[in-house]
Design a binder for this molecule. Structure first.
Ligand code: HEM
Length: 369
């Protein structure tokens, strides 16, 4: 298919039709880096990302065009592969704005007031080794090799300025962002992404996803806040649960994804119906129970091998975009009584401010400086 444009009003990878694969990476700036290092890193990431998303190598000399006496600019494993709908989406974590040295990058007074580490939630079992990070890069593509190539080369470009803190591979989307996409399934076997905010819902996006000027940090206008939650799923326990109980927990049927109050997948749930449990996931997550709060979900399934008990180390790498972090916080608090909680554990977490898209000739994050 046609490559997705890198430059534009919004960064690609948010409303873009969800691709099949994910490589997500969080980075920390190096201790002695300064403001110029940060700006140059963002410029270099922009240059390489703009090229890679168009199916090109990270530089004009690339993997094999340079001198034989030097390591190549591009690592080469994507040679011959198409762009594969690659998108690269860059975000800024709370710790970038305030660190041990105080205001190392001179951006402290530009920090969006709500860009704070997420508060603790009931049942959190977070591992610092898959949480936080000064910067994040969400890479999505229809070919896993193309996605991994992008993170690998962007990490390499960061050398001396930022280093990889943690990363996550995802296979298989658990959401859709356009009406044309078939609703995919998560590892519990249920359709996921039915009631999502879709790319053609301009009004919904303006209300719930894009930051507006006047929201608290003008440089973020046209951007969004990204929440990542690594949610382990207790697969083997779930697999022993009766079908009817599985459906009661979610609030939708497993085959079609129709609400238990009746109809088809696209039918709006009737929460006054006794058929939908009041503690079901779908009821508690629905806007009606949350003062109208909605989010754009863009998560992926993951399997990181297995543990020593022979259980799959698997789950959902939850990614959501919202105009304010408060939307996720409100939903996650309502979900504290979710029937689903017996079968899931939140093990990783992060929040990043995703700036607006860059104009051609500029770089991602330029309005911050
Ligand atoms: C809906 C699964 C975690 C927010 C759904 C649906 C499923 C599902 C099957 C119904 C289909 C759909 O509309 O997409 C899961 C699983 C999770 C998980 C397996 C964890 C492993 C979360 C979290 C949040 C969330 C952490 C937010 C804090 C929502 C919302 C909806 C939804 C907003 C749409 C509700 C509606 O308006 O009908 N989820 N979910 N989910 N989920 Fe989750």
């Amino acid at each position: 298919g046609t490559p997705y444009a890198f430059f534009g009003a919004h960064q690609a990878g948010i409303t873009t039709p969800v691709q099949e694969h994910l490589h997500f990476a969080a980075f920390d700036m190096m201790p002695r880096s300064d403001r110029d290092d940060l700006i140059e890193l963002l410029q270099d990431w922009t240059y390489a990302s703009a090229r890679m998303t168009q199916g090109l190598e990270v530089s004009a000399t690339g993997a094999v065009g340079g001198p034989a006496e030097q390591p190549p600019d591009d690592t080469g494993e994507a040679l011959g592969l198409p762009a594969s709908h690659l998108t690269v989406t860059i975000g800024f974590g709370p710790t970038l704005f305030e660190n041990e040295d105080g205001d190392r990058y001179g951006i402290r007074d530009r920090r969006p007031p709500l860009l704070q580490k997420l508060p603790p939630f009931l049942g959190d079992d977070l591992d610092p080794a898959s949480s936080g990070g000064d910067l994040c890069i969400q890479v999505c593509a229809d070919d896993p090799q193309v996605a991994v190539h992008a993170i690998r080369n962007l990490s390499r470009i960061a050398f001396g300025r930022a280093k990889l803190r943690w990363s996550q591979l995802g296979f298989g989307k658990t959401s859709r962002t356009t009406a044309q996409q078939q609703t995919p399934r998560n590892l519990f076997g249920f359709k996921d992404g039915t009631a999502n905010i879709l790319a053609d819902d301009t009004a919904g996006l303006a209300t719930h996803v894009w930051v507006a000027s006047g929201d608290g940090a003008d440089w973020m206008a046209g951007g969004s806040y990204l929440v990542a939650r690594k949610i382990a799923m207790l697969i083997e326990t779930w697999d022993r649960v009766q079908l009817g109980e599985q459906e009661r927990i979610i609030g939708r049927d497993k085959g079609q994804g129709a609400p238990l109050s009746g109809g088809e997948e696209a039918t709006a749930p009737d929460f006054s119906s006794a058929a939908i449990d009041t503690a079901s996931h779908v009821r508690l997550a629905h806007a009606a129970q949350n003062d109208g709060v909605r989010i754009l979900r863009r998560g992926f399934n993951y399997v990181d091998g297995n543990n020593t008990l022979g259980r799959l180390d698997a789950g959902l790498f939850f990614l959501s975009y919202q105009r304010s972090p408060e939307q996720f916080i409100a939903l996650q608090r309502t979900l504290s009584t979710d029937l689903l909680n017996e079968y899931i554990r939140h093990v990783g977490s992060g929040l990043w401010a995703v700036p607006p898209g860059a104009a051609e000739g500029s770089y991602v994050g330029a309005p911050l400086f």
